[in-house]
Design a protein around this ligand. Structure first.
Ligand SMILES: Cc1cc2nc3c(=O)[nH]c(=O)nc-3n(C[C@H](O)[C@H](O)[C@H](O)COP(=O)(O)OP(=O)(O)OC[C@H]3O[C@@H](n4cnc5c(N)ncnc54)[C@H](O)[C@@H]3O)c2cc1C
Length: 467
């Protein structure tokens, strides 16, 4: 019996890969605390203007069937309303909710027994603790169930953002979880809104407000003020050009090749696209000091060029900037104050980037925290992670990007042993792979982990290599 905690894309993909690959009857229990399985943080939106940021041709959920999502779009009647007949489906950026329907359709297939008798059972409950006993792993749930499994996979995905300084914003003004779309939809149409963070979640928030015909001013703030770039060319340079090198050499080469490409009338995106399948290898080739330097100085630039948005979405954002409704600002929050009046806006003192010690005051009726998921599990308030950390079953990775994990997904415990029973995949493995958040990476990982889980355990534990 295999337990999977979390049924976003990672957990669902692992479940249907086990169902497809198992040659012997295998039972999978898939736990999800949300109302629906298969959607997770990314695909639970019902706003059709929240588009995928990868063209449909790159979004198959199955590693061994690259056209599976495109074929779904061709045959699914509900999806038909979101497909443009005048364009190649592969190049279209379809709504994320349509992708949710696709994952749910794959999951539904795996709930019937496979030819070899495997089946996935979905359970709507939150797992709050795990005990490693001689009888197996005992899962305790929020609704009081105790369930025994032989192997367990944490597919718990994205945590809500860290509050940091925003903890000082009164709750009535703060949207602490940017994926709580109902909270964003509840913002008054005339309110001045401060979005803290300028990445993909900021774009999502702006699109939600735009759909509601928001009239108030919106300011999006981050240290560097770097917003995601738009997709353009979908072509790729030669990936073979990229092998593991020192960070400084990689940076120089990337800038030079991008510049050369633009000067010769091409598109810098082709150079970034060539790195798509190479990023994990390049990350692993850096030593820990270089990885730290990358995270501190280069990651924001890389992310804004690498995780791009659909041209339609970029166009909407640009129009709002030109109309003066949206302002993207680089700066650091230095103080947050309120005058105690319920209806009064929050006063946020910001030191604009490059302005020395000068500050400006932003007045916001609503503040949306789009600073990105809290990745440091030592600061997590999640009952499951807290209890596993307390019991020494898990430990954070060296960069505090998630969980410490071996190459095969085996979780590393407090004393450095690699488990043969506890595994993880998806965003929790960022410390090891860095580029492991989007579907194209997780579909490979979920396929490999399904194969790994179907092999009988060899030893009770292995020792993790010293990082
Ligand atoms: C807003 C957004 C847009 C994105 N757009 C794209 C895109 O266009 N293209 C692309 O390739 N990638 C995209 N991604 C990235 C990618 O698809 C997601 O990162 C990926 O889906 C990760 O899924 P996950 O299952 O690991 O995490 P999550 O989606 O966070 O799912 C984890 C699930 O686990 C559940 N859970 C957690 N703890 C427990 C517990 N103790 N008990 C029970 N359930 C639990 C949660 O409720 C949640 O549903 C996007 C991501 C986000 C956040």
């Amino acid at each position: 019996m295999i337990g999977i905690i979390g049924a976003g894309y990672s957990g669902a993909a692992l479940a249907f890969n086990i169902h497809r690959l198992a040659q012997e009857p295998t039972q999978v229990l898939l736990f999800e605390r949300r109302d629906e399985h298969g959607l997770g943080a990314a695909y639970s939106t019902t706003n059709p203007e929240h588009l995928l940021n990868v063209p449909a041709g790159g979004m198959s959920g199955l590693a061994d069937e690259p056209d599976d999502f495109v074929n779904f779009l061709r045959r699914d009647q509900r999806a038909a309303a979101y497909i443009r007949g005048d364009q190649n489906i592969r190049n279209q950026f379809v709504p994320r909710m349509v992708y949710g329907w696709y994952i749910q359709s794959l999951l539904a297939q795996s709930q019937s027994p496979s030819a070899h008798g495997s089946v996935v059972e979905t359970i709507g409950d939150e797992v709050t603790g795990v005990r490693n006993t001689e009888q197996g792993l005992l899962l305790h749930t929020q609704r009081g169930r105790v369930v025994r499994v032989d192997k367990l996979v944490l597919a718990t995905g994205h945590a809500p953002p860290a509050r940091g300084l925003l903890a000082e914003v009164p709750a009535r003004h703060l949207v602490a979880d940017p994926w709580n779309y109902a909270r964003i939809e509840g913002i008054d149409r005339n309110a001045s809104v401060l979005i803290v963070g300028t990445g993909l979640t900021m774009v999502d928030t702006v699109m939600t407000l735009a759909k509601l015909e928001h009239r108030g001013e919106i300011v999006a703030l981050s240290r560097r003020g770097l917003a995601p770039q738009s997709h353009g060319s979908l072509e790729s340079d030669d990936p073979a050009e990229w092998q593991a090198q020192r960070l400084r050499a990689l940076r120089r080469k990337l800038c030079r090749r991008g510049r050369n490409r633009v000067e010769s009338g091409g598109d810098w995106r082709e150079v970034v696209n060539a790195l798509r399948g190479k990023t994990q290898e390049l990350w692993r080739g850096l030593n820990q000091r270089e990885q730290n330097a990358f995270l501190r100085h280069l990651a924001p630039y890389w992310e804004s060029h690498r995780h791009r948005i659909a041209p339609e979405v970029a166009g909407r954002i640009q129009t709002m900037i030109q109309a003066g409704q949206l302002r993207i600002m680089a700066g650091k929050i230095v103080n947050i104050a309120t005058d105690g009046q319920v209806a009064a806006p929050v006063h946020i003192s910001v030191r604009p980037r490059g302005s020395g010690r000068n500050t400006v005051i932003l007045r916001a009726d609503a503040v949306v925290n789009c600073t990105g998921p809290e990745t440091n599990i030592a600061r997590s308030t999640d009952p499951l992670l807290q209890s596993m950390l307390r019991d020494g079953l898990i430990r954070p990775d060296a960069h505090r990007l998630g969980l410490d994990v071996a190459d095969d997904g085996g979780l590393i415990n407090a004393v450095g042993e690699v488990s043969e029973k506890l595994f993880t995949l998806g965003p929790t493995t960022r410390g090891r792979w860095y580029e492991i958040v989007a579907v194209p990476d997780i579909r490979r990982q979920s396929h490999a982990l399904a194969q790994r889980l179907l092999v009988p355990s060899a030893r009770p534990c292995r020792l993790a290599a010293v990082a």
